[in-house]
Ligand binder design. Structure first.
Ligand code: HEM
Length: 417
């Protein structure tokens, strides 16, 4: 059955109940409504795309599906747009929301600062941070894996990478927690921003002072590299530098929290796979790829917009419509993956779309992988008998429209073994 009009089948795609297990709904959509439209109260249609081949084709098609809504408009429509509040401008005018050629320029500048070498050098520190976090809880025999481990690990890593002094780390953590991810829902973003405006302004003031210090006395850190990075005489402007830092803090944090949290939940629910990995840690790189595919830290790619009216599986996507690429559905598509709903930590090859594809392919993939591998390895090696400390059905999920992540993950283990 093909869903012939957006209004005909009202699927629940949000809310706590949906978030607890979205996969049966996504399986239904892949089969029956692979291009599923939903029109909101103000007449904006969002198309949810669920098949692997369609999602990967659109991720690569950055001409017809753009990130910056303004690139879907005629010059007259653009001129009539209201101006954006400066704070929202800083938070949303970054490369993840840009198209060529602006995106290409920013990405090549940041690529030069965010090198694979820099990430490799972090391995020792990431391991030390993981160990320090576990030192605090091992004797207790139980913890909230999110609050005590998955949340602090990546925030400490990104703070150190940027060069935030250790004494400011707590403030930095509070601020970055309060940062909102600008989504397609501008209204909600603005409401949230209004509430946290004061704290955001303090944060921006703080980052400004760190940038000034680094200009005067360069250090071996990412903020200094971003200040100094230069290509063909081109540099990041002050505003671009702020937006880039805010982007790295937001996308570099929650994604990794969810990789560790969702990934560990998947292993806890599959004790056989957990034992196999504990007995053979060389499987960790493959296992982490599979955890990304199976447990989907980023459930849906941030919104794209239709730049040229297109027809897909009988549905007409009109210029200006929003497109939500459901990575979690594509990653469980049986047309691409054998036994797609099963966790197989030896799956190879594993061409999941968890880090996206095309020009916006995740800049932080090497860092995310490194954090995921060290986190999983360390938890399994140091916490014997690790198991869930609450029924899986009682776990609560964030209702974020893009991310998929747990609020808490209570676990227990044998402390004295
Ligand atoms: C650990 C798990 C992670 C996952 C699953 C993940 C996933 C993704 C995905 C799906 C995209 C593409 C979005 C799109 O096409 O609309 C993306 C982009 C991006 N990610 Fe990640 N990410 C992770 C970690 C990180 C980390 C640790 C950082 C940086 C510190 C990072 C920085 C970025 C940036 C800057 C972009 C935008 C790239 C661009 O627009 O060119 N990510 N990520």
């Amino acid at each position: 059955m093909q869903a012939s009009a957006p209004e005909q089948t009202q699927l629940n795609l949000f809310g706590p109940k949906f978030k607890a297990d979205p996969y049966p709904t996504y399986a239904y959509m892949r089969e029956n409504a692979p291009v599923y439209g939903r029109t909101n109260r103000v007449g904006v249609t969002t198309w949810y795309i669920t098949r692997y081949n369609d999602v990967s084709a659109i991720l690569r098609d950055n001409q017809r599906f753009v990130k910056d809504f303004r690139n879907t408009l005629t010059p007259e429509e653009r001129a009539a747009l209201p101006s954006m509040p400066p704070l929202l401008h800083l938070l949303s005018d970054h490369m993840l929301n840009m198209d060529e050629p602006d995106h290409t320029r920013l990405r090549s500048l940041v690529n030069r600062a965010f090198t694979a070498r820099m990430v490799e050098q972090l391995a020792g520190r990431v391991q030390a941070i993981a160990d320090e976090l576990l030192d605090k809880v091992t004797d207790a025999g139980s913890m909230d894996l999110i609050d005590d481990f998955a949340f602090p690990l990546p925030i400490i890593v990104i703070a150190e990478m940027l060069g935030i002094p250790p004494e400011d780390r707590d403030r930095f953590r509070r601020w970055s927690h309060a940062l909102v991810t600008p989504t397609a829902n501008v209204e909600r973003t603005l409401r949230k921003l209004e509430k946290s405006r004061r704290s955001m302004e303090d944060f921006i003031g703080y980052l400004g002072s760190v940038i000034d210090q680094r200009r005067r006395a360069p250090q071996d850190d990412l903020i200094t590299s971003l200040i100094q990075v230069e290509e063909a005489g081109d540099r990041l402007s002050e505003e671009e530098l702020f937006s880039m830092l805010l982007l790295l803090i937001v996308v570099g944090h929650e994604t990794s929290v969810n990789l560790i949290g969702n990934g560990m939940l998947a292993l806890l629910e599959h004790p056989g796979a957990m034992d196999q990995l504990r007995a053979n840690p060389t499987l960790t790189p493959l296992a982490v790829e599979e955890l990304i595919r199976y447990a989907n830290p980023v459930e849906r790619a941030p919104m794209r917009f239709v730049a040229e009216t297109a027809v897909l599986h009988g549905q007409t996507l009109v210029r200006g419509d929003s497109v939500s690429l459901v990575l979690a559905a594509a990653n469980r598509d049986p047309a691409q993956f054998e036994c797609a709903d099963e966790l197989d930590i030896t799956r190879d090859p594993n061409r999941h779309l968890g880090f996206g594809l095309g020009i916006h392919y995740c800049l932080g993939a090497p860092l995310g992988r490194l954090e995921g591998r060290i986190a999983v390895n360390t938890l399994l090696a140091r916490l014997p008998g690790l198991r869930l400390d609450a029924p899986a059905s009682e776990l609560r999920w964030h209702t974020h429209p893009i991310m998929r992540g747990l609020r808490r993950l209570p676990v227990t283990w044998e402390p004295n073994v």
